[in-house]
Design a protein around this ligand. Sequence first.
Ligand code: AMP
Length: 408
Amino acid sequence: MSTPTPAAAHTSVLVINSGSSSIKYQLVIPDTHEVLASGLVERIGEPVGAVKHVAHGETTRRELPVTDHAEGLRVVLGLFDEIGPDLGQAHVAAVGHRVVQGGARYSGPALVDEDVVRDIDELSPLAPLHNPPNLTGIRVARELLPDVPHVAVFDTAFFRDLPAAAATYAVDTEVATTHQVRRYGAHGTSHQYVSHKVARLLGRPVEELNTIVLHLGNGASASAVRGGRAVETSMGMTPLEGLVMGTRSGDLDPAVLFHLYRNAGFSVDDLDDLLNRRSGIKGLSGVNDFRELHDLVEQGDAAARLALDVYLHRLRKYIGAYYAVLGRLDVIAFTAGVGENDDIVRAGALAGLEALGIEVDLGRNAGRKSEPTVISPDGARVTVLVVPTNEELAIARQALEVVGAGRA
Ligand code: AMP
């Protein structure tokens, strides 16, 4: 028997993020930000999977074989039935699905129908690790929850309308057009959420603000946002370009690939594995979690020190470049796992930029931030903030807007 949800009068949205071997979910009330339940199914397809369901302040963990995504979602719905909250009483107005690649087609969320399903499928070559599992999640959820509208929220949408000069790679136009080679960006839901939230926090119209958002998590990306619209971003055709990341290289000379292919016996799959999984902080230091990296630096580990220096150097380079792209800079906002929690990275990235009006108050910067926090000194020309991202809430809001359930 499940307990009735306390906020049953409000419309809720079930947000689903379906990865290659996992399903992350959250049942959230967009109007109040209240999270009624959240959870994670991991190790789908392995002999023993792991399921975590958090509701009513309690965490339930199960270990059981989860053969595929359909089975995973059935387990999740079973937990809602058994532990709650009761989905029937939660007024679920929509299911919001995170989809990584929306290509040049989607500049906003879309109500899922057969055309949208086909588009996501057709865009899979541009996001081979992400779009197929995203689509599996959509297919399975539509079967299991057929009476609720499903909405796809694309990670690329915020960057669909980048200026052509920022979106275009300087390669043969016919090749680029035929093969859809351009900058699509990623983490767009987070960049949009944070850049708009900054305006509300500062009590300024978003149209007036020029902002650099630094989304620093295991994946990392920067964006330049002018008046609420993205004008540049560091991730490219795929989420490999740009900043140094946990296990991804970010920018490098493409000729490195020719060299390793021609002279070192690397296959294309080997190169993919090298740059996506064996590079970045992990490739340089052996660890990809910043807490471990700082421990190693403190112990005098030279490789870890170099990894941190390379990471901070790349960040500072992007901040300078995006300052120039924007012409005038009002705000820098840090977000995601590293951006919200790591004061060493925040202070290190902005060190030496005082002449640009960018300063950090070390006292304000100290520690982890679970709430929006200004970390620049009063009167600084550029306001520097930490703004915790909330991609689930952003997806839920967008899904609700699409289904027109209103925001009572
Ligand atoms: P995300 O991809 O946004 O979930 O970020 C995950 C990353 O955040 C981890 O790999 C860590 O490197 C980093 N992280 C999480 N907590 C902390 C912390 N307390 N201090 C420094 N880095 C952290």
